[in-house]
Design a binder for this molecule. Sequence first.
Ligand SMILES: Cc1cc2nc3c(=O)[nH]c(=O)nc-3n(C[C@H](O)[C@H](O)[C@H](O)COP(=O)(O)O)c2cc1C
Length: 253
Amino acid sequence: MIKTMSEGALMNDKQSGLVTGEFDEGLKEGVYRAIYSRRDIRAQFKNDPIPEEVLSRILHAAHHAPSVGFMQPWNFILVRKEGIREKIHAAFQQANAEAAMMFSGEKREQYKGFKLEGIMESPLNICITRDRERFGPVVIGRTANQIMDLYSCVCAVQNLWLAARAEGMGVGWVSIIHDREIREILHLPSHVAPVAYLCIGYVTHFPERPELEAAGWLPRLPLNELVFCDQWGEECKPSWPELHKEIVKQKDI
Ligand SMILES: Cc1cc2nc3c(=O)[nH]c(=O)nc-3n(C[C@H](O)[C@H](O)[C@H](O)COP(=O)(O)O)c2cc1C
């Protein structure tokens, strides 16, 4: 078995002569399958332990995300202790009650029916943080837009999410917690900010569609309405009809 995916991927690339080229069909299929079958998991966690080797691979995948100026502003706090997770869960419950009040009528009732976290049911929580000061105040690419360090961390989240899916594991992002609570509970220093609080573990199944879509909360928007050509609001249909046709035809792969 490969030690890390990056070593394995390199080895396979060398073997198949694909160091610079397109993936072969099987590899391509794997990438797209991870993307399309990834789900946010809340209610389907099994408590089976995650083998360290697999966890390490997923963390390495996250660590190989792109980052502004190669700043790698992330840390990964692996939260296993029940007592700490209980505190995080209590902070979620408080923020979730506040959130429910922001909706009214039927929407509020529907909101209250959603399960929006798996903090205690998953075998592991991971908090991905961003260190705003890593490698000093001036970082290539972050000079005009300081927020690029945050975007870099989000790339790491997505890498982790997709690698976990490929390993048969689900991830749920819990954002309904005030940052100040996460800071306090996890003892973050002031120059470090929480980015993502994630629950991870094996699952009973991956729902076919986003749960919020299946529940009729919001629909998936048609991609062709979101793609513009050259300027904001300029539809692609007139100036790039073949692309427009493909986008409409393909829908979800
Ligand atoms: C930044 C971010 C924050 C999210 N926060 C929550 C959350 O607090 N609770 C939750 O249940 N899902 C959360 N989600 C998951 C989304 O609801 C989910 O990605 C979306 O409904 C699409 O479903 P899918 O991920 O299964 O495709 C979050 C996702 C993102 C990207």
